[in-house]
Design a protein around this ligand. Sequence first.
Ligand code: FAD
Length: 312
Amino acid sequence: MTTLIIAEHNNQTLNPATLHAVTAAAKLGDVHILVAGHQAEAVANQAKTVAHVSKVLSSDAPHFAHAQAEEIAPLIVSMAKNYRHIAASATAFGKNLMPRVAALLDVSQISDLSEVVDETTFVRAIYAGNAFETVSCQDEHIVLTIRATAFEAAQATGSDAVIEIVVPTAAQNLSQFIREELMQSERPELTQAKVVVAGGRALQSEEHFNQIIHPLADALGAAIGASRAAVDAGFVPNDSQVGQTGKVVAPQLYIAVGISGAIQHVAGMQDSKVIVAINKDPDAAIFKVADFGLVADLNTAVPELINALKAL
Ligand code: FAD
């Protein structure tokens, strides 16, 4: 049984989330990767060396340049007869694309799966990660999005798969790419970082967030995350949001500063290996998931922590 994984990329680099999806797909058997893009040969060359991948399907067209679901979905559907399982990672890319693929194939989608039981049975989180359901699907095609944090990344090198050219489907012109605004940051990417320092509403302003959270993140080489309240208040851009409607992270260390621990936030960080919480309220829900909790005012505790780290 062969699974088709849809590669997430920017025409130059394969997004690491795809490597996690490959590991999940490998539990079902052989893996093919579709690289739909424009002048994305570098991505196809990266995909061919990924462990478990036996074939890279490369389709090049100007209308595939910006990963618009309206353009890529028909290509995937045109290839679907060869695959029962079609999957992408449950990132913004996969969440945007795969429902359209499922709808065009007239099958239901299994979203955000965290375990592959067998070829028709999957486990996925529901109720913001508070319960897990086991789903069985007998559809002719099984369309999946895969929770990256639930699977190790496949080895990026070592394989040597064949690259096959796929004739692109015609441009749909249902949507138009206007521009993209990418955050330039020296910091690690939030979903890939080993350490995440996240701040909540308690930081009170963008300026104060930067004064408190950034030096701690610098001291630890960490990515910066935030609660939705902090994002909604404009302290940080919304791609920093961790949680049910933000990003799902599972770093080695997650430090939650002035975050209450609402279930929607916890849904995005509860798989972190070690969770540290700093909150002045001893009854804050975050302490229920924290491995280490500090009941303290963040305005004194965080600078003290930074000084202690600098003294190491
Ligand atoms: P608050 O709940 O206001 O908590 C602030 C905390 O800071 C409190 O615990 C307080 O004791 C502490 N504090 C205050 N001052 C200090 C100080 N000086 N020192 C130390 N501690 C201090 N939220 C997310 O985060 N991510 C999501 O993806 C998300 N998705 C959602 C989806 C839905 C459908 C809904 C309904 C909600 C969602 N939310 C999400 C919102 C969520 O329910 C909470 O409202 C939000 O997480 C609260 O953010 P917070 O903890 O920063 O703020």
